[in-house]
Design a protein around this ligand. Structure first.
Ligand code: HSE
Length: 436
């Protein structure tokens, strides 16, 4: 059978990994796909570097339109990133009847509905395994491996940069700013790390997971997003004393009232496997009604790990290209006419547990005042830690872990606690998940 021809848009870290792995494992990949898969055209603004990387083995152009308009190309791999030109090129490729593979979570989380609709109408596939958790086949697992299940929730460490920073903060007792600088020096964090540290990258990925898990459209605009920039080393230390680790989790959960979709620093019991995912590694825990909990672990970024996911998509498309579009795996796991409009809940309606730290005057009755406010709000305390005041100090920290309650209850109680004359400054609130 004649080879399937692939055009690559962007030959940076992931693009070069894709080119190299495809070449290195060509024979086995062909045996798996049933057909040879060849990158015959590469578009990159830096054509000199692109030519070096491809050793003259394919055509190199600096205009991506030449690839998406080339009738010889069967599949376009989009590795440009962002929502601007990348969106235009993906839609053009689809309009020209080409299948698309993309690692672009930002694009899919914000414009996925439009892209999948266009692909559906044109009868082409848009595959995006590399968009969530890099090399971990989590899209495949959620969409196909767990297809028998009613998915209850998924919670993941889906941003390596922030996990690296949190691991360093915990292990070395350092503050966020110090570790961020070190992470940038080592190349773990980008020069502009905003998307990672503010939780946006993780929220893009969680948005895609929520769509696939529950058969709803992608709705990044409804996600609650909180990064790690305000997290203090003190809270990581107290959490550890209470038997917890703090991770930036992307969580999506089905509830009777709607779907939770949120990214925020989260205390999780240190004994859970996922709490021990350290450094730049990623992991996703999925709860299905039939299978129970399953955990997926691996590299969430990097040249060849991400290439592994891109090439898996190329092979899937190659295998399915001849199947009637109605009988392929649906883009978002559920048949397009069977998607639901279950609402995404606002954060105030989310139910979870909480870590609360407050600085209080060390005098009789303070604790009683705080616990009364919590009791009046029907918030039950699960654990508590109180430190002796430091030498010469008259104030001390109280840390409380609550049982599950709605966010709006906790917010109301915090406002009352902060109004107490014996409480200094603001209460630090970090959400807590048992993940059991
Ligand atoms: N910047 C991401 C991370 C990798 O730190 O995990 C690409 O999604």
């Amino acid at each position: 059978m004649k080879p399937i021809k692939v055009g690559l848009l962007g030959i940076g870290t992931v693009g070069s990994g894709t080119f190299n792995v495809l070449k290195r494992n060509q024979e086995e990949i062909t045996r798996r796909a049933g057909r040879s898969i060849q990158i015959t055209m590469v578009a990159d603004l830096n054509t000199t570097r692109a030519k070096e990387l491809t050793n003259g083995e394919c055509e190199v152009v600096n205009d991506a339109n030449l690839v998406v308009n080339n009738p010889e190309i069967d599949i376009v791999i989009e590795l440009i990133g962002g929502y601007g030109i990348a969106k235009e090129l993906v839609l053009k490729a689809i309009a020209n009847g080409k299948h698309v593979v993309t690692a672009n979570k930002a694009l899919l989380a914000t414009h996925g509905n439009e892209i999948f609709k266009a692909a559906q109408e044109k009868g082409v596939m848009v595959a995006f395994e590399a968009a969530v958790a890099g090399g971990i086949p989590i899209i495949k697992a959620l969409r196909e491996g767990l297809t028998a299940n009613r998915i209850e929730w998924a919670a993941g460490i889906i941003n390596g940069t922030t996990n690296f920073i949190l691991s360093e903060m915990r292990e070395k007792g350092l503050d966020f700013d110090v570790v961020l600088k070190e992470a940038q020096r080592l190349g773990y964090a980008e020069a502009d790390p905003t998307f990672d540290i503010e939780g946006i990258d993780a929220a893009h990925k969680a948005t895609i997971m929520s769509a696939i898990a529950f058969g709803i459209p992608v709705q990044f605009d409804k996600a609650y997003v909180e990064g790690i920039t305000k997290l203090q080393a003190t809270d990581i230390r107290y959490a550890e004393q209470l038997g917890y680790r703090i991770k930036l989790l992307g969580i999506t959960r089905r509830t009777p009232h709607g779907i939770e979709l949120r990214v925020h620093p989260t205390l999780i019991p240190a004994k859970r496997l996922i709490a021990n995912v350290e450094g730049a590694m990623n992991a996703v825990l999925v709860q299905g009604d039939a299978v129970g909990a399953t955990l997926y672990y691996g590299k969430g970024a990097g040249s060849e790990p991400t290439a592994s996911a891109v090439i898996a998509d190329l092979v899937d498309i190659t295998r399915l290209a001849t199947a009637d579009p109605e009988h392929r795996v649906p883009h978002l796991a559920f048949q397009p006419n069977a998607m639901t409009d279950t609402p995404i809940l606002p954060i105030s309606e989310v139910t979870t547990s909480y870590y609360l730290r407050m600085q209080v005057a060390d005098q009789p009755g303070v604790l009683a005042d705080v616990t009364r406010i919590l009791a009046d709000s029907t918030i039950s305390i699960d654990a508590m830690l109180q430190k002796e005041p430091a030498e010469g100090e008259t104030e001390t920290d109280i840390i409380m872990l609550t049982h599950q309650t709605q966010e709006k209850n906790v917010e109301a109680a915090i406002a009352k606690i902060e109004a107490l004359p014996t409480v200094v400054g603001q209460v630090t609130k970090i959400r807590l998940e048992q993940l059991s």
